[in-house]
Write a protein that binds this ligand. Structure first.
Ligand code: 3EB
Length: 336
């Protein structure tokens, strides 16, 4: 094959594929880029899987061959069209601010040296997110290190930041999973909420660096919508303190608003019942109520209800009892 043909082939975006698999189902993802394991197994998140039983792997893939690489604290896989990886840092010695700075510094170095420099979606997991340590809450320390790394790498920590989530695990190192691509995503904000990167400093001296959602051309005439972790926050205030039912309803109202804004931008609907959800529940005793409200919203018999994953995790504000993230695909032309 001539070089000209090879480079022409590379110019066509290889479609990004996603599969949520129950472990043991025996399905092999094609040319897997990597993903997130929850439940049992080596490398699984340090969080209890409340439902379904067993283990679940959220895997990203494309049809082209990929290569595993390492850089600093980052392990990643890329096929030249998409890049998935994770940074892992034990914050025990350095402290969490330094750990999150290092995770993001290393992952930005990976992206800067790749043909996939654009961060689309980030999943942040850290132990004891609400614990006070050395005079400040660990989530605030995480935010400080993250924002500093964004700014040093000349990345937007504000408008145009990737979609993200940040959850508290029972223990373990800081782990930051990330998905990147060749083209920048279109950042989506929620008109019911103050953008997280504009939160007042009562929530911490350095604001969180994420957008409410990201819309991405994933090839094959499809767009992906990545909806960030979404909680019971209106404006910048936590609502329904102590009421898990209302918090779940408010979170889903926020997700519906983000879906509507994304649909306007993409010119195509992202139906609630067609998304893939992860539901983070602080207190496992609240699972039944959260699930009831969630299934009522997305439809009891829907694929979304059947495929949803419920994890026990701490949310980044101590008063928040539930957080929901989602992503999905829609067939469409280019993003308007
Ligand atoms: C919020 O809306 C809830 O720090 O990356 C949601 C999604 C939240 C992402 C992050 C935090 C993050 O502020 C918490």
């Amino acid at each position: 094959m001539s070089v000209a043909v090879a480079s022409h082939t590379l110019a066509v975006l290889q479609p990004l594929l996603f599969r949520r698999s129950r472990l043991g189902a025996g399905e092999a993802a094609p040319a897997a880029l990597g993903g997130r394991l929850v439940g049992q197994g080596a490398g699984a998140l340090h969080a209890a899987l409340l439902a379904p039983p067993g283990a679940v792997f959220d895997g990203w893939a494309s049809a082209s061959p990929s290569h595993d690489r390492r850089h600093g604290c980052v392990r990643y896989t890329t096929d030249g069209h998409w890049l998935h990886g994770f940074a892992e840092v034990d914050d025990g010695t350095s402290g969490l601010q330094e750990a999150s700075h290092r995770a993001y510094k290393d992952l930005f170095e990976v992206l800067a040296a790749s043909v996939c420099p654009n961060l689309l979606r980030v999943w942040n997991y850290l132990a004891a997110i609400n614990r006070e340590q050395d005079g400040s809450e660990r989530y605030r320390q995480f935010n400080a290190g993250r924002q500093q790394a964004f700014i040093e790498a000349l990345r937007s920590a504000f408008e145009g930041a990737p979609a993200a989530c940040a959850l508290g695990m029972r223990d373990g190192p800081l782990r930051v999973y990330f998905l990147a691509g060749r083209q920048p995503p279109l950042a989506i904000e929620n008109p019911r909420q103050v953008s997280a990167y504009c939160y007042p400093d009562t929530y911490g001296p350095r604001s969180p660096s994420f957008s409410r959602a990201a819309l991405v051309d994933v090839g094959g005439g499809r767009n992906a919508l990545f909806i960030s972790g979404t909680a019971s926050i209106v404006g910048h205030t936590s609502l329904h303190v102590g009421d898990v039912r209302k918090q779940t309803e408010e979170s889903l109202h926020n997700i519906a608003t983000v879906r509507r804004v994304a649909a306007e931008r993409a010119g195509v609907a992202f139906a609630a019942d067609a998304l893939i959800y992860t539901v983070y529940v602080r207190d496992p005793a609240n699972l039944a109520v959260v699930r009831e409200v969630f299934e009522r919203e997305v439809g009891a018999g829907s694929t979304a209800a059947r495929e949803a994953v419920y994890l026990q995790a701490d949310i980044c504000r101590a008063e928040l009892l539930v957080e929901i993230e989602a992503h999905g695909f829609a067939h469409t032309g280019a993003i308007a």
